[in-house]
Design a protein around this ligand. Structure first.
Ligand code: 0A1
Ligand code: ZN
Length: 883
């Protein structure tokens, strides 16, 4: 564990490497506690660097065994080696070969970075700086080399030996019980994309014929016996490969593409060249064990990692500040893939929900940072919603402004210009500027300025002049390190709806037709005048969430109900309902806090009734419309003096009202959508299930024992995990006898299935009742609980801190102490997962005074702990920094 107070790394200090590596030959002899790694590096001075320089290689916890230069052992005085660094002060200033041998202990590696064991399987995770835990290296993404990897192991322990690239040789080692495999990856890559795997794994195989007619072998490796659960992932992989050809003209390049599913992984998955390593949660699925949401995540993450082959691997990042270059772009690509496979509007709604829930919250608190940060102390803490999801929104805005053709021209130029290189955000944006002749210099502020822009729109109508005017102002609040902000480029998609619901043609005074319905705003305040508007219209603003902003407008409740019923933009139909609900909920929270009684909104109920009755709407959309803002959404809207108990009360009351008022159409929908027939995870079937289960949940919210009985019946008779999980989740929200019976039954049924038992832990951690913390504490002593498995930690502790607003934020602060204790215990073992848990405190300043004091005290207690990883220290100190 690195615990030294590392100096911050700054973008402004970037220097090209003094040395380059042409080729890397790795010879890895796997052993549970003493794996020998022999690295042969062909180094040369970088002509782009300044002067003759020492050679300084990164390490992390390494033990050097031997070192030679051009075949001769290096004398002791010619180098110095510490666990963290190998320095040759006066290397020859010409190309030379270095051979380095190190020993590593994969079994002792509990950080799951570098070479480690997931169960019995040997695997690696090198992003961002894990390669230096395997061998000394120039472990930075702008050093790209061609790798050949020889892996050797006991045949019985690791019959399967994999690494990046194509297999060139394999065989037994005569006279031993060991064997080997040699893999060669001809594409130069940075060290963070290196991977190897060894173990007793089963696999499924398929093939894919690329657009130029090359036949690619596809393999997915899983724990033996789980092959039957990898089929959906394989289908997703083939769909992704085809889609990238059709949507972006990108063809796969090696002869084989492999995915390995492992049970212990810090993140979701990793795009190592030709050898993706996945958290098995995002590979394994069967109707009995995976929900529709799990299937959708698998589809999206398989696609995401596959798409990285071009956006990340072929073109990589110059330095880690450019992380959004690969992540934002690849998230955009996977979102578009899903939109094309499933329902585009429903996908957009889901993505915006997630963006607001994670990224807007991050942007509003002490951990706010630009999409391209300018300084970091621990890069692992920057795999954030801002870099990923806001990064994707920036790419989406480019497409919105430039149009599909202009966007594609820019992407084509990017692939052509930068293939094989380590690029920057400037390089990327220049491709769009050059391909379309657009000045994007002000647009670059999206990468530099943190915070969520706030847009205020006032619409007015002049009946005499037949003009409609939008007065727009934009504002960006200060964020850590950025007290002053400059105006942003905001592509605002606008519609003006006539009273009959038609979209009016948009013509701007002195500017003509509005291209693609998008007005591009660039100034702190501007006025958009639309001419030839025959009647007072209703404005539909930021259609499709064209910019990741907070919008307020002078829309009346009548306007919002009109939009909910008639907007031709489905996103804004949903948004109008959310705005109505959110206004009601925040008003009621304020009322409760002031000891006043809550109000109702019959107009909202009528609007929901109409949506539920509209046969033209897809069930998945209706389900999204009926899903009220979450507790976290309401907290975010309030922004300060947050009282999670009042939020919970207001939300519970609204859901009860909906369940009550819409009882019969909800029951009708439940019946209509309860179709028998074999389970299929396709989007239409999943949409039907989601509406059915939202209906069930609302009916139960209204307090009827009939609905509880229905949920219990569905739980016990379900033939798929979606319906089983939905019904037990509904039951879990109510203190009824049926709840514990279902929880106990669930454990018995799925005891031997770790991914399902994760759901069992998460379900209980989210129960919104005072006894939950005690339950969670008890579960943390359950034989199935372990701090050694990240999925398990997230399922219990992560779910408690993130999905249980009232209990994590208990007024007595005990929820905070529990999280702090867990973080401190975990930090010794796995700092990455510990620091991620710690981000649950990111909104502490927005809490009401009592909870705020308790949260601050806990942050300070953790900050004062004797030894903290750089990961956790960085999060804690940024969280506490004066606002
Ligand atoms: N690049 C991966 C995510 C990832 C990031 C860091 C990791 O270890 C610290 C592991 C995976 C992706 O975007 O899918
Ligand atoms: Zn990614």
């Amino acid at each position: 564990m690195r615990t030294d107070q590392d100096q911050p790394v700054r973008l402004a200090d970037y220097q090209p490497p003094s040395w380059l590596v042409d080729t890397v030959a790795l010879d890895v002899s796997l052993h549970a506690t003493a794996t020998r790694v022999r690295a042969t590096l062909k180094l040369k001075p970088n002509p782009a660097a300044r002067a003759a320089a020492p050679l300084v290689l990164d390490g992390d916890g390494l033990a050097l065994q031997s070192i030679t230069l051009d075949g001769s052992p290096l004398p002791a005085e010619a180098f110095s080696a510490t666990p963290d660094r190998l320095t040759i002060a006066q290397p020859p200033q010409r190309p030379f070969t270095l051979e380095i041998e190190t020993l590593v202990d994969p079994t002792a590696n509990t950080q799951l970075s570098g070479l480690y064991r997931a169960g019995a399987t040997y695997c690696t995770q090198c992003e961002a700086e894990g390669f230096r835990r395997i061998t000394y290296f120039l472990d930075r993404p702008d050093v790209m080399a061609v790798y050949t990897t020889r892996v050797e192991a006991e045949k019985s322990e690791a019959p399967v030996l994999l690494a990046n690239g194509n297999l060139v040789e394999s065989g037994d080692i005569p006279g031993t019980s060991r064997h080997f495999a040699v893999w060669h990856d001809p594409f130069p890559k940075p060290s963070y994309l290196f991977a190897l795997v060894g173990g007793a794994l089963g696999h499924i195989e398929d093939s894919f014929v690329t657009m130029s007619g090359r036949r690619i072998v596809l393999r997915i490796y899983v724990e033996p016996g789980k092959e039957g659960r990898a089929g959906f992932a394989m289908e997703a992989l083939k769909r992704s490969m085809r889609w990238d050809e059709q949507a972006f003209g990108r063809e796969y390049d090696l002869d084989i593409f492999m995915i390995v599913a492992v049970s212990a992984f810090n993140m979701g998955a990793m795009e190592n060249k030709g050898l993706n390593v996945f958290n098995d949660k995002y590979v394994l699925a069967s109707p009995e064990t995976a929900t529709d949401t799990d299937y959708a995540s698998i589809d999206a993450i398989i696609a995401h990692e596959y798409f990285h082959n071009w956006t990340g691997d072929r073109i990589t990042c110059r330095d880690w500040f450019q992380l959004c270059l690969k992540e934002g772009l690849t998230v955009f690509r996977d979102q578009e893939y899903t939109a094309d496979q499933r329902s585009r509007p429903v996908k957009r709604i889901a993505d915006v929900r997630a963006l607001r829930a994670h990224q807007f919250v991050e942007d509003a608190g002490p951990l706010a940072h630009p999409v391209r940060p300018e300084v970091y102390r621990e890069i692992n803490n920057f795999y954030t919603a801002t870099v990923y999801e806001k990064g994707a929104e920036i790419v989406r805005m480019l497409k919105t402004m430039l149009g599909a053709q202009g966007f594609r021209a820019g992407m084509d130029l990017y692939f052509q210009r930068h293939d094989g290189h380590a690029a920057t955000v400037e390089d990327f944006i220049a491709c769009f500027a050059d391909a379309t002749g657009t000045d994007l210099s002000q647009f670059m502020r999206w990468y530099r300025q943190a915070g969520t822009p706030e847009l205020a729109v006032t619409m007015s109508y002049d009946a005499k002049a037949k003009t409609c005017t939008l007065d727009v102002t934009q504002m960006l609040r200060p964020t850590p390190g950025q007290p002053d902000k400059e105006p942003m480029v905001i592509p605002l998609a606008v519609g003006l709806l006539a009273p009959d619901g038609r979209d009016l043609p948009l013509t701007r005074a002195n500017a003509g037709p509005v291209e693609r319905g998008v007005a591009v705003l660039t100034r702190p305040a501007e006025t958009l005048v639309f001419t030839d508007v025959p009647e007072r219209p209703v404005a539909s603003l930021n259609r499709g969430f064209s910019a990741p902003i907070k919008l307020t407008a002078n829309l009346t409740p009548d306007d919002l109900r009109f939009l909910a019923a008639h907007d031709t933009d489905p996103f804004n139909r949903w948004q109008a309902l959310q705005t109505l609900a959110s206004t009601l909920l925040t008003d009621n929270v304020t009322a409760l806090r002031a000891g006043r009684s809550m109000r109702t909104d019959p107009g909202l109920i009528d609007a929901l009734r109409a949506i539920l009755a509209d046969p033209a709407l897809e069930p998945a959309f209706v389900a999204q419309a009926l899903a009220m803002p979450s507790e976290a959404d309401i907290a975010r809207e309030l922004g300060k003096d947050v009282d999670p108990d009042a939020i919970f009360a207001a939300r519970t009351a609204l859901r009860a009202t909906i369940g009550d008022a819409l009882g019969s159409p909800l029951r009708e929908a439940y019946r209509r959508l309860s179709d028998a027939g074999p389970y299929s995870p396709d989007a239409v079937s999943a949409g039907r299930r989601s509406l059915k289960n939202v209906a069930l949940d609302l009916l139960a919210a209204s307090g009827g024992s009939a609905a509880i009985a229905l949920a219990a019946r569905q739980y016990h008779s379900a033939d798929n995990m979606t319906d089983r999980m939905a019904s037990i989740t509904t039951l879990s929200q109510h203190p009824v006898r049926e709840r514990q019976a279902a929880i106990d039954d669930f454990y018995r049924r799925f005891e031997s299935d770790p991914l399902v038992i994760d759901k069992w832990f998460a379900l209980q951690a989210a129960i919104p009742e005072a006894s939950t913390l005690e339950r969670v504490r008890e579960l943390s002593r359950h034989p199935a609980f372990s701090l050694g498995n990240p999925n398990r930690v997230r399922s219990l502790v992560g779910a408690f801190a993130q999905a249980n607003q009232t209990q994590f934020n208990r007024p007595d602060g005990a929820g905070y102490v529990f999280l702090g204790d867990t973080v401190l215990a975990l930090d010794q073992r796995n700092p990455q997962v510990a620091s991620r848990l710690m981000t649950a405190f990111r909104s502490w300043r927005a809490l009401e005074a009592g909870r705020r004091a308790k949260a601050e005290a806990e942050l300070r207690r953790v900050a004062a702990a004797a030894s903290l990883s750089t990961d956790v220290r960085d999060i804690v100190e940024r969280s506490l920094a004066p606002a």
